[in-house]
Design a protein around this ligand. Structure first.
Ligand SMILES: *Cc1c(COP(=O)(O)O)cnc(C)c1O
Length: 454
């Protein structure tokens, strides 16, 4: 029989997270205080995050121990399987070998619990009573709800309105784990009220929801805030994905030429690719790592590298990143988790230095790729995950045209079982290509007053 699934045993769950900052040739530039334009130290983050996570955010250590309590919960769904996509290879009639790492088997159905669990663990250990957060498609909110419930903390989730309306069962899922869920923008916060005054029909955005969740946490000493992407410690936690995948590829007697993952803020891309980049840094391999983003929110392929706020209102420090401008509100595509104006700092620096690549795909193309995948492999992908599939399909087709066999690995970072509305819209012909003009991008960037980076 062919070996379709490459599995690991529970004792092969990594016991350390990999911190790529130790190996990066150019370290990321520091965050700036928007008032003084001076670099800020980690202490500025103390009102929002537990100390353990702030230490990880700036740690120079290459390997960071995973607490036993966290590894213990990881065993609920980890190690995750790595699949050889025989079905997809066949329908594409490609000489490429395609593999995917499947993170959809977690309790909430994506890679997000990999970081929700340690974030909740460190918060609980430091006496936090409540965590606030934002969620786009609901994936992060569900993961954090699950993790907070496990450690006996309250969880308040600000869910982007367009997703709140289109994914009602995500809300119920969060409620099942005991969380409170609010459609953002809300009238509970100043940030929300300000947006609603200007745009009463605002579909919301991750940037707006982040402003709301931060405002609620900053005003209460027993409440902390948690972010499901973008930050260094989030990417760090996700590196268990790639560490497992490296071992699984070795077991398969193979190694990828190309590693692909969808890109929202960069956490699942970082999670899969960083351990392979480590091989590039330390063993001289030349594995290409490609981040896949939607054409309607193309910060990596059409944005600029400069200092910008992480949220819409401007409450965060200024971060050196690829951005479309913090006021950019992407078209309400179903891949809610990819509707973020900026990119994480580490990934931005790697892209600037030419150490990773980026690709973008339009909306109809990713749905076609997602449906091709579902029919060939069975699993219905999350709309976010279809972007990575589209890049994998494009690379596999290139192999066919050029008559070369390459090994492709992509991250199937979540299932789409709660995203039937998205698939329904596709079958009803309602999926549009949101052509984004250069003028629109320039108009958003023109509103930036933050410093450019040479
Ligand atoms: C959140 C999410 C994303 C985007 O976030 P990243 O931090 O870029 O990984 C992509 N896919 C799924 C399934 C998600 O839940």
């Amino acid at each position: 029989m062919r070996n379709r699934k490459i599995l690991l045993s529970e004792n092969e769950i990594p016991d350390k997270w990999y911190n790529i900052m130790a190996d990066m040739p150019n370290k990321p530039l520091p965050p700036l205080n928007p008032g003084t334009m001076e670099p800020i130290g980690p202490e500025a983050l103390a009102p929002l995050f537990p100390m353990a996570l702030i230490e990880q955010e700036v740690s120079p250590e290459k390997w960071i121990e995973i607490p036993d309590e966290v590894r213990d919960i990881y065993t609920l769904w980890r190690p995750t399987p790595l699949y050889r996509a025989y079905g997809l290879e066949k329908v594409l009639d490609t000489p490429a070998k395609i593999y995917y790492k499947y993170e959809g088997g977690s309790p909430s159905g994506s890679h997000k619990p990999n970081t929700a669990v340690p974030q909740a663990y460190y918060s609980a250990k430091e006496g936090v009573k409540k965590i606030t957060t934002e969620t786009g498609a609901g994936q992060w909110g569900s993961a954090l709800s699950f993790a907070c419930n496990h450690f006996g903390m309250e969880c308040d989730v600000y869910m982007v309105k367009v997703s709140y309306d289109s994914k009602p069962y995500r809300k119920i899922m969060m409620n099942t784990w005991g969380a409170n869920v609010y459609a953002s923008p809300t009238d509970r916060t100043e940030a929300g009220r300000k947006i609603l005054a200007e745009h009463p029909d605002s579909p919301g955005s991750l940037g707006i929801a982040i402003s709301e969740a931060i405002e609620m946490a900053a005003g209460d000493p027993e409440t902390k805030y948690a972010l499901g992407s973008v930050l260094n410690h989030v990417k760090l936690h996700q590196t268990i994905i790639g560490q497992e995948a490296v071992v699984q590829m070795e077991k398969a007697g193979d190694m990828p030429d190309i590693v692909i993952a969808p890109f929202g803020g960069g956490s699942n891309f970082a999670g899969l690719s960083f351990p392979f980049l480590q091989k590039n840094f330390t063993e001289g391999t030349k594995i290409r790592c490609i981040a896949s983003e939607p054409a309607s929110c193309p910060k990596l392929t059409r944005g600029v590298f400069r200092y910008d706020f992480g949220d819409t209102i401007g409450m965060t420090p200024l971060l050196p990143m690829y951005t479309l401008g913090h006021n950019f509100v992407p078209a309400p595509i179903h891949a809610g988790g990819l509707r973020y104006h900026g990119a994480g700092v580490i990934v931005s620096q790697l892209l600037k230095d030419g150490l990773i690549e980026a690709a973008s795909h339009n909306n109809p193309e990713v749905f076609e790729a997602g449906i091709t995948f579902a029919r060939a492999e069975g699993i219905i992908p999350a709309p976010e995950a279809t972007h990575g599939i589209a890049t994998a399909v494009a690379e596999a087709k290139k192999c066919k045209e050029e008559g070369v066999s390459k090994t492709i690995l992509f991250n199937l970072c979540g299932h789409g079982n709660f995203d039937m509305k998205a698939y329904q819209d596709y079958f009803e012909g309602k999926i549009e290509d949101h052509e984004l003009t250069t003028d629109e991008i320039n108009a958003s960037l023109a509103e930036l007053t933050t410093p450019e980076i040479d």
